[in-house]
Ligand binder design. Structure first.
Ligand SMILES: [Ca+2]
Length: 216
């Protein structure tokens, strides 16, 4: 019997295997993550911030939670190499209507000459960019997306104001992921070769079909 997607879906239902969602592959996947502190409660895992997962299926206890009203909280991602990017997507644990999402966010990159952080993006209205839950059936999160002119760096720091959250909603923020992307980047040479090969095959197939039709 030929295995079709419907068979896999039925197998998943019968065996209780969750259908894991996958966010686009982050350039920060596997980076070294550190933070202002070690988090608290179920949110004490810095490595969860760079595992390319916005939802979890085994337990609620994932990600990094900042305590209430402790001023600026920050997360540092050390990529261990220079990477180029222009978009950061922060995923916030099970937020309801932005109550536990910061409005005041700065993104900074490391300036190795001045030995200081350069701010490349600032907002006081991050909740306005809040997107839908990644997977509402499980321990999930919602994204805020920040776009800025393209930068190249080996370290990113995201700073957010916990006081602003507390004053607005008496909540605290809890990150599931800090994903990094280079949006609209020029395709890699390998992609161009693959695309070229695909176009050649398509043209060849069309020509073959045309020849067969002509012979009929
Ligand atoms: Ca994660």
């Amino acid at each position: 019997m030929k295995i079709r997607p419907i068979h896999l879906a039925l197998l998943g239902l019968l065996t209780g295997i969750p259908q894991a969602h996958a966010i686009p592959l982050s350039l920060a996947f596997g980076a070294d993550a550190s933070a202002s502190d070690n988090g608290w409660g179920g949110g004490t895992s810095k490595s969860d911030l760079v595992d390319n997962m916005a939802s979890y299926y085994d337990t609620w206890a994932h990600g990094l939670a900042a305590w209430y009203n402790v001023g600026n909280f920050h997360v540092v991602l050390d990529f261990q190499r220079d990477i180029t990017f222009n978009n950061v997507v922060a995923w916030w644990h099970r937020d309801v209507n932005g109550a536990a999402v910061p409005n005041v966010v700065d993104l900074q990159i490391w300036n190795a000459t001045l030995l200081a952080w350069d701010t490349v993006f600032s907002t006081t209205n991050a909740v306005a960019t809040l997107g839908p839950y990644d997977d509402p059936t499980t321990w999930t999160s919602r994204p805020t997306s920040f776009a800025f002119p393209t930068v190249t760096t080996d370290r990113l720091r995201m700073v957010y104001d916990t006081n602003e959250i507390y004053q607005r909603s008496r909540e605290h923020a809890w990150l599931h992921e800090v994903a990094v992307y280079n949006v609209n980047a020029a395709p890699e040479p390998t992609s161009i070769v693959l695309l070229g090969s695909g176009l050649f095959c398509l043209a060849w197939a069309k020509r073959s079909r045309g020849s067969r039709s002509a012979r009929r």
